[in-house]
Design a protein around this ligand. Structure first.
Ligand code: NDP
Length: 252
């Protein structure tokens, strides 16, 4: 069903993993999709699959974020849906968390969404409609060991979306977070590599604590399905929410 027919979307981190699934789901639903990330070959491939636009972007670049939104608005005529998905995850014992890593995590996972959302909102306000979706995490809802920077950034991302949801509820815009547990993507494969390297466990043993209560990883398509609802007309009443896609891990 073409639930996004006539809509336009910008998906950051769209070159692989969750972002790629979101871009493909949106394109199948009839949206014009722009795919943004740093790796040109990956965004070109996904933009090709979507029949969309590849936008090379480092989300930590403030001017680059404004230019990316401007380019989408020029080429597609407007921007209806922004998906703040680009992100990085690092893990450290807290006392070994260096300032560069702390800053880098906050820059990509929190400041990038701020730059992009601030650039996208004026156009949305002018038209009186728009949906901003952030791919946050169960780490936006609860703490876990060794990921202090990631947890701080993802809690901040939820706070940013909720504040904007309150600020613009009467203006036709929605702001929501999707909060996955571990998803089967390159990021999770890297997490597994790190656990195996640091603990000497087998890959199978390393995977066990990452599984949801359903004894599996979340599929990127399951995250994309929630994004599709939040972006579509049927989801207009959902605003300021954090929707867990985690097999029941966090029940609130
Ligand atoms: P991947 O590592 O598989 O993909 C991340 C994407 O983000 C890539 O396209 C990457 O492209 C892009 N990206 C990273 N840094 C930047 C940057 N500075 N500027 C622009 N793009 C960037 O991650 P996932 O698909 O697994 O994760 C996507 C989102 O979902 C992240 O925000 C993550 O925190 C969140 N999430 C993931 C979970 C998981 O288990 N995988 C669980 C919960 C949340 P490039 O490197 O080319 O720039």
């Amino acid at each position: 069903m073409e639930t996004l027919k006539g809509q336009t979307a910008l998906v950051t981190g769209g070159g692989r993993g969750i972002g790629r699934s979101v871009a493909l789901a949106f394109a199948r639903a009839g949206a014009q999709v722009a795919v943004a990330a740093r790796t040109q070959t990956e965004i070109a491939a996904v933009a090709g699959e979507c029949g969309g636009l590849a936008v090379q972007l480092d989300v930590t670049d403030e001017n680059g974020c404004a230019e990316a939104v401007g380019r989408v608005e020029r080429e597609f005529g407007r921007l209806d849906i922004l998906v703040n998905n680009a992100g990085v995850a690092t893990s450290h014992k807290f006392t070994e968390l260096d300032t560069a890593s702390w800053r880098r995590t906050l820059a990509v996972d929190l400041e990038g969404p701020f730059f992009l959302t601030r650039a996208a909102v004026p156009g949305m306000l002018q038209r009186g409609s728009g949906a901003v979706i952030a791919i946050a995490s169960v780490a936006s809802r609860t703490g876990a060991p060794y990921i202090a920077a990631y947890t701080a950034a993802k809690h901040g991302l939820l706070g940013l979306m909720r504040s904007l949801a309150a600020e613009y509820a009467a203006r036709g815009l929605t702001f929501n977070c999707v909060c996955p547990g571990y998803v089967d993507t390159p990021m999770t494969q890297m997490t597994l590599d790190t656990i195996v390297a640091k603990t000497g466990r087998s890959r199978e043993e390393a995977l066990k604590p990452l599984l949801t209560p359903q004894r599996r990883l979340v599929k990127p398509e399951e995250v994309a399905a929630v994004c599709l609802l939040l972006a579509s007309e049927a989801g207009r009443g959902i605003n300021g929410q954090a929707i867990n896609v985690d097999g029941g891990l966090v029940q609130s």
